[in-house]
Design a protein around this ligand. Structure first.
Ligand SMILES: [Zn+2]
Length: 375
């Protein structure tokens, strides 16, 4: 055999090995980690129940329902609107695995944009998974992308025109779930998911909708609640409760001219009290240094410490970072406070919910203490 044939074969084998491993890596992103149905979960339905057009697509996702014995108000928690914001996703998983509802109904969608869990943002160096130690061993979770996977919705237009308002945004925002509300049955993949969530709120008459997020420490809306004007009285009460317990949180009114977001469109197109909460996540920030699983979990980043020294951040930042358990604790404290506040604001919407880990316990014991064993 000639020498060039031998080198051709070697190169071919090398290419096949690279293809095999990268192919396996891409396919592994479609693997979903187990979420254990906790003692309070009464049923799990598909989002396509509320819009059959989603059936069989990657937009269809699990809705966990926790129904109390006593009728009462209802709350929807959206996790995983942006799967590169891990505290939002993990807080929703902790609710599913722990919470018991005595009065009213709690709905939780942990993977609101399920498609966005199946890839990572290109050129960001983000980890694909992160691991949490529990008393029963390690649990793994996906770190995904801010937007719908282009495999499910492509191509992007140059300019994304929000259908209901004509608002213009950069083309890639067409795959951002939190710019697609109120959604359209005959719209894009992402708009159809928005449409299904809106239909669910209308069909079930859900009283309160809380969309969980995280943001970069240099982003002005952070450690904050954003509330639709009808939700403002209870959101103000929640902000006071959190502040008086030394959990610093800001309160912003939902801008009337910023369209497509949950706190605007769900409040306008349904009867729900629509709010959104943000915590500080260095692993999605633009100023971050090394991006790895440790950054996701600890939020410790020397680059952000430096940025804080220069006065560039909107949250305090020191060598302790913003650990996942603190970010999850903030979200859970907010959710519990919203439910209590709504219950006293309007007796017809009262709910009684127990077993939400307290802020102090979540911070001191860590997320792993509140995750169940996987069978
Ligand atoms: Zn977000």
């Amino acid at each position: 055999m000639k020498r060039k044939h031998i080198s051709a074969i070697i190169i071919l084998i090398g290419a096949l090995i690279v293809t095999f491993y990268s192919g396996r890596m891409f396919l592994s992103m479609y693997q979903e980690e187990p979420i254990v149905t906790g003692p309070g979960v009464s049923s799990v339905v598909k989002l396509s129940t509320y819009f059959p057009g989603l059936e069989g697509s990657y937009g269809d996702t699990d809705v966990y329902i926790m129904k109390g014995r006593e009728p009462g108000g209802s709350t929807l928690v959206l996790g995983g609107t942006h799967p590169n914001e891990p505290a939002a996703y993990i807080a929703s998983v902790v609710l599913i695995e722990n919470v018991v509802v005595k009065k009213g109904t709690l709905y939780v969608i942990p993977r609101s944009n399920r498609s966005a869990f199946t890839h990572n943002d290109p050129q960001e160096g983000a980890p694909q998974r992160f691991y949490i130690e529990t008393p029963f061993g390690e649990r793994w979770f996906r770190f995904g992308s801010r937007a719908t996977n282009p495999v499910h919705q492509w191509p992007d237009p140059d300019v994304y025109i929000h259908a209901a308002s004509g608002q213009q945004l950069s083309g890639s925002e067409t795959r951002n779930l939190n710019r697609g509300y109120p959604g359209r049955a005959d719209g894009t993949f992402t708009e159809q998911v928005c449409y299904a969530i809106r239909n669910m709120i209308n069909t079930e008459g859900i009283d309160l909708s809380i969309d969980l997020h995280e943001a970069s420490p240099e982003y002005p809306v952070i450690n904050a609640i954003v509330a639709h004007e009808r939700a403002m009285p209870i959101a103000a009460d929640v902000a006071i409760t959190m502040q008086s317990n030394e959990v610093n949180i800001g309160l912003e009114p939902s801008p009337v001219n910023l369209r497509g977001l949950t706190h605007r469109e769900l409040g306008d197109s349904t009867e729900t009290f629509a709010v959104l909460m943000e915590s500080a996540n260095a692993s999605q920030g633009r100023l971050r240094g090394r991006t790895d699983e440790a950054l996701v979990l600890s939020g410790v980043d020397p680059m952000y410490e430096k940025a804080a020294d220069l006065g560039r951040l909107f949250v305090p930042y020191d060598e302790n970072g913003h650990p996942l358990e603190v970010r999850v604790a903030r979200h859970l404290f907010g959710i519990e406070s919203f439910i209590i506040s709504m219950s006293s604001y309007d007796g017809n919407k009262a709910m009684i919910v127990s077993e939400i880990p307290s802020y102090q316990n979540m911070v001191s014991r860590g997320v792993g203490a509140y995750l169940l064993p996987v069978e």
